[in-house]
Design a binder for this molecule. Structure first.
Ligand code: PHE
Ligand code: ZN
Length: 899
C-alpha cells in the first residue's frame, strides 16, 4: 500500500476484538493469474460487547465478489468498503451469525511476497504479520483465534500437491478435471499462522515416536531434483523434536509436520502451524553446495521454527507489540538447541568450550546488528510503544536483545528454575494470546519462591527501555584487609530519537546480572568465598544506579574477569589496562570472557591506528596483539573452532561503529593495514597451521571438530593472502582446484577476491560454469564478489547487468545489493555509493517494500559520521524521502532517520 502519511499505532490503544471467531472455512480455486477465495466465518459476540457492534474486517489488494450474512447475499448498501476494510453491522439479536465472502486475488502480480504469491511455478503464502488480509477479508489480528478448515482446488497438472495446516482429511478428483484436498487444523490459531502451498515437489519423510509413544510424520518438500539436499534438514527436524521433549518437556501436538522450501522468501522461515515455509537457503544442503556455516544455519532455523510450535503457536501474542514474547523466547531456545548440538557427546570441559563458540557467535551478531540499532533512530524497547509499519519491527532488538532478556531470566533462575517457570507459563496460558507480562509473571512466581521478598519489578524495565546500558566497573584491593571492593555503576543514555524529547526520557536503573571471576597475576583462577562455599564465578545482581560488593579472603591483588558468558546485553566500561587484558586473553578460564579480552585488545589497537593516521603519527606497535595471537595459534589445547574465534579481528563494521565520529574510510584503512601486518608477521605460524589442518579424508561431516578445522584452515589461508606471504596465491588456487566441499572451495575463492583479485578471474569463471544452475550456490558467487574491496559501484552494477541477476528474488538481491551496501564500506561510502543506495531502495520499494525497508536501514546512523560521509548519506536519504511514491515501510525508516 502506498501512502503519503503513515498513521502511528500505539500499544496503549489496544482494545479486544468485539467478536469471537470459533470456526473458519476457506475454499480456494487456485490459479496463478487469479485465485478465488470463498470464506465462511462463524462469529459470536465476545463477552462484554454490545449486540450490533460493527464488525470490521481487513482486506488489501482484493477484488470483492460477494458478501453474505447467514446465507443471504447483501447488497452494496448493507456493508461499507473502505480502502483496507470491509465493515457491516451484524444483526442486533446478539446470537452467532455467519459471514460469507467471495473475493479474488492475483498471485502472479504479487511481487511483495506477502499474502498468496507465485515462486517459480508454485504457489506459497506468507501471512505474518499482516499478509492474510491480502488473501481474504478477515479480522487479521493475532488475538482472534479460529479453527480452520481449508478446501483447496486446482489443476492437478500444474499443482499436483495441495498443502495446508493440520491434517489431510480427504483428497479427490473433480468432474471438471481439477482435484481437491481438504485440510483441517485441530488447533485454534490466528490468521498469521495460516498457510497453503500448491505445486510439484520432491518430498522426503520419516516417522518419529514422541515421548508419549505417538507416531508422527515429518516431511520436507523441495523443488524437483533437490531431494538429496533435504536430508540434513529432516535430520535437524527430528533432533529438534526430541530436544524440545528432553529439555522443556514439550511434545509435538500434530500427527504430521511439514517443511517446504521456497526460492522466493522475504525472511528466513515461517512457523505456520504444521506447515512451515522456509527460505530454500535454510533447507537445502549437501557437501558440494553448502558451507559448514550453512549447515549450522539450517539447524538453527529448523529448530527455531519447530520450537515456535509451543512458543508462538500454542501460546501466541495478544498484539504485535508483544512480538518479542514469541521471538525473543524462541531465539533463546534455538540458541540453546544449537549449543547443545555442538556439545553433544563431549566431556564436560570440552562441552563448555563448544557451547562458548555458539555464545561468541551470538554475541557477535548482537553487537554487530543490535547495538547500533539501539543507538540509532530506530531504537526501541523489546516491547515497543508505537510503530507505523509492523513489518519494520522484525528487528535485532525484538529477536536478539529479546533473547538476551530471556537469557538473563534463565541466569537469575538457573536451569531448573527456568524450566519450572516455563511449565508454569504453559499451565497458565496454553491456547491463549497473551502479553510479555504473562511470561515474566510466570518466571517471577519461581524467582520469588527462590528469593523470598524479591521480585522482578526492576527486571521488567528491560521490556520498556531502549538503548544499551553502560556498566562502569571499578575495583579496589586492600592487601591488609585482604578484601576486594567492586563497584558497579549503570547508566543508559537517551537512545535514538529520545534525544529530541522534552521532558527528557527517564531511564531508571535496570536489574543486571554481572558474572565475574578473579585471576591472579600468574593467570591462576582465584576462588571467591561465599557463605555457602567457594566458587569461581559469582553473579552480582545490580539493581541500583550504583552498588558496591566486598569480596573477602582475597590473598593477592586480582584481575577482574567481567561479564562472563556475556551475562547481560550491556557495554562495559573498565579501567583494565592493556596488560590486564593480555593476561585475561591468555588465561581467563571463561572462554567467552577470554575471547572478549582479545576482541577488546584488537579494538583498542584499531582505534589507535585510526587516531595515529589522522594525526600523521607513527602507527602503534602491534606487539601486544601479536603476542596474544601467537599464543592462541600455539595453544593446542583449544578446539580449532574456538581458536578461529580468538584469531578473528572484529568486523570492519564494528570498527566503524566504535569510531567517533564514525569514519568508514579510515576504519577500512586501519583494518586492512592491521590484517596485512598481522598476516605478514605471523606468516610462518599460519603456514604451519595451514599445512597441519589438511583434510584427513573420509566422508564429509559438518560436525564441530571437522568444521572447526576447515574454518581455521580457511582463516590461515586468508591471513597468508592478507600478509602477501610467498606462495599464498598458489596455495589458494590449489585449494580451489582440489576442494572436497563448498567450505574449502568458497574459502579459497573469497580469500582470493579479498586479497588478490587479479588472480581470482579463473576460479570465478570455473565456479560460475559449474554452478550457474543452482540458485543458492550462484548467490555465493555473487555475494563473494559484491563484498570484495575491489568491487566498486561500477563493479556491482556490472553484476546486476548479468542475465542471472534479478531484483525480484530476495536472496539474489541480498547477495548483490545488500552485500555491497552492508559489507563493502570502502566502496559504499563514496558519492557514487550513496547514489547507488538511494536508487536501489527506490527500485526495490516498487517491488517489495519489506525488502526495501531493510536496505533503507543501512543509513540509520548517518548523523554520527564524519562530515563528508554524513552529508552524502543525508542527501541520499532526502532523495528517497522526496520520491513521488513510497511504501509505508520505507517512509517510516527514512523519515525517522532524518529525525
Ligand atoms: N516469524 C518468523 C520467524 O521468526 C519470521 C517471519 C516474520 C517470517 C515475518 C516472515 C514474515 O520465525
Ligand atoms: Zn521466530
Amino acid at each position: 500500500m502506498r501512502t503519503d502519511t503513515a498513521p502511528t499505532i500505539y500499544r496503549q490503544d489496544y482494545a479486544p476484538y468485539p467478536y469471537r471467531l470459533p470456526q473458519v472455512r476457506l475454499e480456494f480455486d487456485l490459479a496463478a493469474e487469479s485465485t478465488r477465495v470463498r470464506s465462511e466465518l462463524r462469529f459470536e459476540l465476545a463477552p462484554g460487547s454490545a449486540p450490533g457492534t460493527p464488525l470490521v474486517l481487513q482486506g488489501e489488494d482484493l477484488e470483492l465478489v460477494e458478501v453474505r450474512l447467514d446465507g443471504r447475499p447483501l447488497d452494496a448498501g448493507e456493508y461499507q468498503l473502505a480502502d483496507d476494510t470491509l465493515s457491516l453491522i451484524p444483526p442486533g439479536h446478539g446470537k452467532p451469525f455467519t459471514i460469507g465472502i467471495v473475493s479474488l486475488c492475483r498471485p502472479a502480480e504479487n511481487t511483495t511476497l506477502m499474502g498468496l504469491y507465485v515462486s517459480g511455478d508454485k504457489l506459497f503464502t506468507q501471512c505474518e504479520a499482516q499478509g492474510f488480509r491480502r488473501i481474504t477479508w478477515f479480522p487479521d489480528r493475532p488475538d482472534v483465534m479460529a479453527r480452520f478448515e481449508v478446501l483447496l482446488r486446482a489443476d492437478p497438472a500444474a499443482y499436483p500437491l495441495l498443502l495446508s495446516n493440520g491434517n489431510l482429511i480427504e483428497q479427490a478428483a473433480l468432474p471438471d478435471g481439477r482435484h481437491q484436498a481438504l485440510w483441517r487444523d485441530p488447533h485454534p490459531k490466528p490468521s498469521y499462522l495460516f498457510a497453503l502451498v500448491a505445486g510439484d515437489f520432491d518430498c522426503i519423510e520419516r516417522t518419529e515416536t514422541t515421548r508419549s509413544g505417538r507416531e508422527v510424520l515429518l516431511q520436507v518438500y523441495s523443488d524437483k531434483g533437490y531431494r538429496e539436499q533435504t536430508r540434513w534438514a529432516l535430520d535437524c527436524l527430528a533432533r529438534a523434536l526430541h530436544w524440545d521433549e528432553r529439555r522443556f518437556g514439550l511434545e509435538l501436538d500434530l500427527d504430521r509436520f511439514m517443511v517446504v522450501a521456497a526460492r522466493d522468501f522475504n525472511m528466513g522461515a515461517m512457523e505456520n502451524k504444521g506447515l512451515n515455509i522456509f527460505n530454500a537457503a535454510y533447507v537445502l544442503a549437501d557437501p558440494d553446495t553448502a558451507t559448514d556455516a550453512a549447515y549450522r544455519g539450517i539447524e538453527a532455523v529448523i529448530g527455531h521454527e519447530y520450537f515456535h510450535n509451543w512458543t508462538g503457536n500454542r501460546v501466541t501474542c495478544r498484539d504485535w507489540f508483544q512480538l518479542s514474547l514469541k521471538e525473543g523466547l524462541t531465539v533463546f531456545r534455538d540458541q540453546e538447541f544449537s549449543a547443545d548440538m555442538l556439545a553433544e557427546g563431549l566431556p564436560p570441559a570440552e562441552a563448555a568450550s563448544a557451547r562458548a563458540v555458539k555464545r561468541i557467535d551470538d554475541v557477535h551478531t548482537l553487537r554487530l546488528a543490535q547495538f547500533p540499532e539501539d543507538a540509532g533512530p530506530m531504537a526501541h524497547p523489546i516491547r515497543p510503544d508505537s510503530y507505523q509499519e509492523i513489518g519494520n519491527f522484525y528487528t535485532a532488538t525484538i529477536y536478539e536483545k529479546g533473547a538476551e532478556v530471556i537469557r538473563m531470566q534463565h541466569t537469575l533462575l538457573g536451569e531448573a528454575g527456568f524450566r519450572a517457570g516455563m511449565d508454569e507459563y504453559f499451565r497458565r496460558h496454553d491456547g491463549q494470546a497473551v502479553t510479555c507480562d504473562a511470561f515474566v509473571d510466570a518466571m517471577e512466581s519461581v524467582y520469588a519462591q527462590q528469593n523470598p521478598g524479591q521480585d522482578f519489578s526492576v527486571f521488567r524495565r528491560w521490556y520498556a527501555q531502549a538503548g544499551t546500558p553502560r556498566v562502569r566497573v571499578s575495583s579496589h584491593y586492600d592487601p591488609a584487609a585482604r578484601t576486594c571492593r567492586i563497584t558497579l555503576q549503570q547508566q543508559c543514555a537517551p537512545a535514538g530519537l529520545e534525544v529530541l524529547r522534552t521532558p527528557p526520557v527517564e531511564k531508571p536503573p535496570l536489574h543486571i546480572p554481572v558474572a565475574i571471576g578473579l585471576i591472579d597475576a600468574d593467570g591462576q583462577p582465584m576462588p571467591i568465598r561465599q557463605e555457602n562455599g567457594t566458587r569461581d564465578t559469582l553473579i552480582l545482581e545490580l539493581r541500583q544506579a550504583s552498588q558496591t560488593w566486598t569480596l573477602t579472603d582475597i590473598p593477592r591483588a586480582p584481575i577482574l574477569s567481567l561479564l562472563r558468558g556475556f551475562s547481560a546485553p550491556v557495554i562495559l566500561e573498565t579501567d583494565r589496562t592493556a596488560n590486564d587484558l593480555a593476561l585475561l586473553a591468555r588465561h581467563d578460564p571463561d572462554p567467552f570472557a577470554r575471547w572478549d579480552a582479545v576482541q577488546e585488545t584488537a579494538h583498542r589497537h584499531l582505534q589507535d591506528c585510526m587516531r595515529a593516521e589522522r594525526d600523521g603519527a607513527q602507527p602503534p606497535a602491534l606487539d601486544t596483539l601479536l603476542a596474544i595471537w601467537r599464543a592462541a595459534l600455539d595453544d593446542q589445547a583449544l578446539s580449532p573452532a574456538y581458536r578461529t574465534r580468538l584469531l578473528a579481528l572484529p568486523a570492519v563494521r564494528e570498527v566503524i561503529d566504535r569510531s567517533e565520529p564514525m569514519d568508514p574510510q579510515a576504519a577500512v584503512s586501519a583494518w586492512t593495514r592491521t590484517r596485512q601486518a598481522l598476516g605478514a608477521r605471523l606468516a610462518q605460524d599460519w603456514r604451519a597451521m595451514y599445512d597441519s589442518l589438511v583434510d584427513e579424508g573420509g566422508p564429509y561431516s559438518p560436525d564441530p571438530v571437522s568444521s572447526g578445522r576447515r574454518a581455521l584452515r580457511n582463516l590461515a589461508l586468508d591471513n597468508l593472502l592478507a600478509g602477501k606471504a610467498p606462495g599464498a596465491v598458489d596455495l589458494a588456487l590449489a585449494q580451489f582446484r582440489q576442494a572436497l566441499n563448498m567450505t574449502e572451495s568458497l574459502g579459497a575463492l573469497t580469500a582470493l577476491l579479498q586479497h588478490a583479485p587479479q588472480d581470482a578471474a579463473g576460479p570465478l569463471a570455473d565456479f560460475h560454469a559449474r554452478w550457474h544452475d543452482d540458485p543458492l550456490v550462484l548467490d555465493r558467487w555473487f555475494g563473494a564478489q559484491a563484498s570484495a574491496p575491489g568491487c566498486t559501484v561500477a563493479g556491482v552494477r556490472a553484476l546486476m547487468a548479468l542475465p542471472d541477476f534479478s531484483l525480484r528474488n530476495p536472496n539474489r538481491a541480498r547477495a548483490v545489493v545488500f552485500r555491497f551496501c552492508l559489507d563493502n564500506p570502502g566502496n559504499l561510502h563514496t558519492p557514487e555509493g550513496y547514489d547507488f543506495w538511494a536508487e536501489q531502495v527506490l527500485a526495490l520499494d516498487a517491488l517489495n517494500p519489506e525488502i526495501a525497508a531493510r536496505l533503507s536501514r543501512a543509513f540509520d546512523n548517518w548523523a554520527r559520521h564524519e562530515p563528508t560521509a554524513r552529508a552524502g548519506m543525508q542527501a541520499a536519504l532526502q532523495r528517497v524521502l522526496a520520491a513521488p511514491s513510497l511504501s509505508r515501510n520505507v517512509r517510516e525508516i527514512v523519515s525517522k532517520a532524518l529525525g
